[in-house]
Design a protein around this ligand. Structure first.
Ligand code: ACO
Length: 234
């Protein structure tokens, strides 16, 4: 994915991590430095375009990732740059992974409600021309190390069939724990929660529980795929 400005100079590293401040990374010595506001505008353009491409790839009616959403949430986005040599190079972006902590009520394998705040996979996209080349795995691995989480500790916001295959192939995540919200968790989730998952009082009636799963995808119906397409635990 190319842009009308110098992506290589803007994002010096192969993977750039951005939070709600969308701060342009420090530039390489010797590179001319445009005004900071222009650099931030370029970063916002990249995020908006990536968000649009991801929504299109997932058949979502509108993007769930944009610069303005980034600024109003405590999400973190990992952006992967193409570092292969290009003759007239302004650089290009391969894809991104967006994560964030969310308070969720999730069911365990005995169907008890648990209040948890796991790191969630919120949006993930690799450019169509470069899928199945290992770039998704590279980005995901980097995120796991940086966030210090294990794959089975994650909650996934309405994973696409491709993402379910990806998680199965690279991380052996297959057996899901059935949920009533959009989020998918896998076997091992409760064994590895830090801090431990908090159980709600057993007496509380189901109607009282507000599963504020705040999925960005809830109002973005229209994607063809479903939840829990992996093998579900009976
Ligand atoms: N069909 C089936 N499985 C696929 C496909 C596909 N078209 N593409 C990737 N995969 C899975 C497979 O397990 C594949 O292994 P295989 O080729 O041996 O079958 C594996 O991913 C490949 O791993 P990587 O090359 O590291 O993954 P990639 O760079 O393709 O990134 C990603 C994976 C992000 C899911 C990418 O395919 C993509 O952008 N898909 C479209 C958008 C999407 O579905 N994003 C997830 C939305 S859900 C969410 O974000 C919470």
């Amino acid at each position: 994915m190319e842009f009308p400005f110098d992506v290589d100079a803007l994002l010096p590293e192969r993977i750039t991590v951005l939070d709600q401040h969308l701060r342009p990374p420090a530039r390489r010595p010797g590179t001319t430095t445009p005004a900071r506001v222009d650099l931030q505008q370029q970063i916002m353009t990249i995020i908006d375009e990536l968000g649009k491409a991801s929504a299109k790839a997932q058949h979502l009616p509108a993007p769930i990732t944009s610069a303005s959403r980034m600024q109003s949430n405590r999400h973190v986005i990992y952006v992967l740059k193409d570092t292969s040599a290009r003759p007239a190079g302004k650089g290009a972006i391969i894809g991104f992974l967006k994560v964030g902590y969310k308070k969720l009520f999730v069911l365990d394998d005995r169907e008890a409600h648990n209040e948890v705040e796991p790191l969630c996979i919120l949006d993930f996209y690799i450019h169509e021309s470069l899928q199945r080349h290992g770039h998704g795995r590279e980005l995901f691995q980097y995120m796991l190390q940086k966030e210090r989480v294990e794959p089975h500790q994650l909650a996934i916001d309405r994973p696409s069939p491709k993402l379910l295959k990806f998680l199965n192939k690279h991380y052996n995540l297959e057996t899901t724990v059935p949920q009533v919200n959009n989020f998918v968790i896998f076997e091992g989730f409760f064994a590895h929660q830090h801090p431990p998952a908090r159980k709600l009082p057993p007496k509380r009636a189901e109607g009282d529980i507000k599963p504020y799963s705040s999925s960005d995808r809830e109002c973005k119906r229209g994607r063809m795929d479903g939840v829990g397409l992996g093998t579900q635990k009976g």
